[in-house]
Design a protein around this ligand. Structure first.
Ligand SMILES: [Zn+2]
Ligand SMILES: [Zn+2]
Length: 365
């Protein structure tokens, strides 16, 4: 004789019923009919209130311990991502968001959610209240305490720079800062002209170094770094960086006085410049150190090109454009009889300049 248990028999016959209400199939999830399942399962859990912190001084936002500069819409997205808990089996999730400002601290976030659980489509509406609290970010805390990590000293060699030239150099810091990713420590603590240059005191060593690299690449010259230990905090030495940038007073094409002769720098090298001598055919490389004693005698932007009215083998005559009187000049060493030459006023005298590649690319008034 063969005995069967009741449950076995029902199962074999395919006659399962909802565990909760006894309804016939179709059944979903853990053997429940659709309406029982929908009563027991939610697509998402959404908290009523969610806090967030904004710096009262500069407006940046704290996201899981980090201060970041993001828009309000990004704050809402972040709060939704962090606080919305979807059912583990939910698939094909879609989220629609609308916000309404209640007060300067409170914002309602309305959510339209959609998702599929066990092949059943769920659509739910939820809301949560974002409550903003004021804080003070690390940067503002440090700024308020005059915190700084690095000083960049802008200086020059060979020639004093004008205030405008310092301002142009300073402006490149903003370009560098924008090219780097956002960092709350990229602030300026203090800055201004000092005797013989311009100083910028800032919150980040990294920013100081990036700026130094930019300056040498664009304007030649050298950066010298000095680190000093100013104390200890939490068992770690606190160091500060001083970065001295010396911009050569000369630019490519200028006439400089160097080792008792006149030269024109024609290109930058890794540690100096290539120079071409003015009074005879000669080229030489010189390091920044070699060139420290050089003096700018005539900037390229002050050179003029004049037409020769008369010329013999060594001397040319032209109308001095500053006095409209005939003047003469010794012809450049590479002169080939052409009618126009480039001249520079140096120590009260006109000096003719040989041709350089850079001359062709520059326009002269
Ligand atoms: Zn049921
Ligand atoms: Zn702040």
């Amino acid at each position: 004789m063969h005995l069967r248990r009741v449950g076995e028999g029902m199962s074999e016959l395919g006659t399962e019923f909802c565990l909760v209400c006894g309804s016939p199939p179709p059944l979903f999830g853990e053997r429940m009919c659709e309406s029982c399942l929908r009563k027991r399962i939610k697509l998402a859990e959404v908290p009523e209130n969610v806090p967030w912190v904004r710096c009262a001084r500069c407006g940046i936002v704290e996201i899981q311990g980090k201060w970041v500069n993001i828009s309000e819409d990004e704050v809402w997205d972040e709060l939704i991502q962090r606080n919305l808990k979807f059912h583990v089996d939910a698939e094909d999730i879609a989220v629609g968001v609308e916000t309404r400002t209640i007060s300067d601290r409170h914002t309602m976030i309305y959510l339209q959610l959609e998702g599929v659980i066990d092949s059943l489509l769920f659509q739910e509406e939820h809301s949560m209240r974002a409550r903003m609290a004021n804080g003070v970010c690390l940067t503002c805390t440090r700024r308020a305490g005059n915190y700084y990590e690095a000083t960049v000293q802008l200086r020059s060699t060979g020639r004093k720079l004008s205030e405008e030239e310092y301002q142009n150099l300073r402006a490149t810091l903003d370009i560098v800062r924008e090219s780097l990713s956002d960092d709350p420590m990229f602030f300026i603590t203090n800055e201004g002209p000092v005797t013989g240059g311009y100083d910028v005191v800032m919150g980040s060593k990294g920013l100081a170094r990036a700026w130094g690299r930019h300056l040498t690449k664009e304007y030649g010259g050298q950066v010298v770094e000095t680190n000093s230990t100013v104390g200890r905090k939490d068992g770690i030495d606190v160091t500060r960086l001083t970065l001295l940038y010396r911009k050569p007073g000369y630019e490519l094409g200028d006439v400089v006085r160097w080792r008792d002769n006149h030269w024109r720098p024609s290109s930058w090298t890794k540690d100096g410049a290539i120079l071409e001598r003015v009074d005879r055919q000669e080229r030489t490389g010189a390091t920044w150190r070699d060139l420290e004693s050089s003096q700018v005698k005539s900037r390229m932007s002050d050179h003029i090109v004049v037409d020769l009215i008369n010329q013999d083998s060594s001397v040319g005559e032209f109308l001095d454009p500053t006095t409209w009187v005939m003047a003469s000049v010794r012809l450049p060493w590479d002169h080939n009889g052409k009618a126009a030459i480039r001249i520079a006023r140096i120590d009260g005298e006109w000096i003719a300049l040989h041709s350089m590649a850079i001359d062709e690319n520059s326009s002269i008034e």
